[in-house]
Design a protein around this ligand. Structure first.
Ligand SMILES: [Zn+2]
Length: 224
C-alpha cells in the first residue's frame, strides 16, 4: 500500500510525494514498548467517537488539514523520507484522539446500532454463558437467540446472549421462559463508545478514559 501525501512546501515537507508504507520509519513517543502500531480514535467534530483508524489514515488527515482538534494525552511522531529540496526528514505528530472536520453525525450518530458479531457479543457478556454462568473461550461459546430465529426472533443485540453449547442445546428452540432457564443479565445494545471498547484490544489509557465517560450509566463495561 502506498500512502499518497500532498504537503505544503513551507512546512519543509515533501510535496506531491508518495511514500511507500514500508519506508515510513516511525518512533514511538511516550507509549509502551509493545505497542508498535497504534490505532487512533477518530471523533466527529462534535466530539462523538466514530471509529478506530490506523495511524497512517491519521497522517493523511493531518496532511489534508482535516484535524480540527485533539483530545488525547499521547502523541506519536512518524518520520518519512528526506525531502530532496530541503534535505530535511519529514515528520508528523499524531494525537491518540483526533476530531475530524466536516463529518458530524456521519457514522458517529449515537442512534446507529453497531454491527453484531460473535467476538464483540462474547466480550459484551464477558465470555460467560448467560445461563450457567461459567466462563468459556470464544470457540466454545455460541450465539443464543432468546426468541429463536425459527420462531420469528431477530438477530440483534437485544435478542442474543453468549451461551455455552450445553445450555444452548438444552434450551433448544424455546424461549428462556419456556425452557425454565433464567438469564444472568439482560442483553443490551452497546452504544458507540461501548462498542469501540469491545472491538479494540489495544486501547490506550487516555482513549479508554475518553470512551468510558460516554458509556451508558448502567453499562456493565464500567466495572471492567
Ligand atoms: Zn452454559
Amino acid at each position: 500500500m502506498t500512502v499518497g501525501r500532498r504537503m505544503r512546501g513551507e512546512r519543509g515537507l515533501m510535496q506531491n510525494t508518495a511514500i511507500p508504507n514500508d519506508r515510513i520509519a516511525y518512533i514511538r513517543a511516550g507509549i509502551v514498548n509493545t505497542l508498535i502500531d497504534p490505532l487512533i480514535l477518530r471523533l466527529d467534530i462534535t466530539g462523538w467517537p466514530q471509529r478506530w483508524i490506523p495511524w497512517q489514515h491519521a497522517v493523511i488527515l493531518d496532511a489534508r488539514e482535516m484535524i480540527a482538534w485533539t483530545a488525547g494525552e499521547r502523541t506519536f511522531t512518524f518520520h518519512g523520507g528526506i525531502n530532496r529540496l530541503s534535505g530535511r526528514r519529514s515528520r508528523i505528530t499524531v494525537n491518540s484522539i483526533i476530531a475530524v472536520r466536516g463529518d458530524a453525525h456521519n457514522g458517529g450518530d449515537e442512534r446507529l446500532v453497531p454491527p453484531l458479531s460473535n467476538r464483540e457479543l462474547f466480550l459484551r457478556d464477558e465470555h460467560l454463558c448467560m445461563y450457567c454462568g461459567r466462563q468459556f473461550p470464544g470457540n466454545l461459546l455460541t450465539r443464543d437467540h432468546l426468541v429463536p430465529l425459527s420462531r420469528g426472533g431477530v438477530d440483534c443485540w437485544s435478542n442474543v446472549v453468549a451461551a455455552c453449547r450445553g445450555c444452548n442445546h438444552s434450551k433448544g428452540s424455546r424461549t428462556p421462559d419456556e425452557a425454565g432457564m433464567s438469564l444472568l443479565a439482560v442483553p443490551y445494545v452497546p452504544n458507540r463508545a461501548e462498542y469501540l471498547v469491545l472491538s479494540n484490544r489495544r486501547i490506550l489509557a487516555d482513549q479508554m478514559e475518553f470512551l468510558r465517560k460516554r458509556f451508558r450509566r448502567t453499562s456493565r463495561l464500567r466495572a471492567g
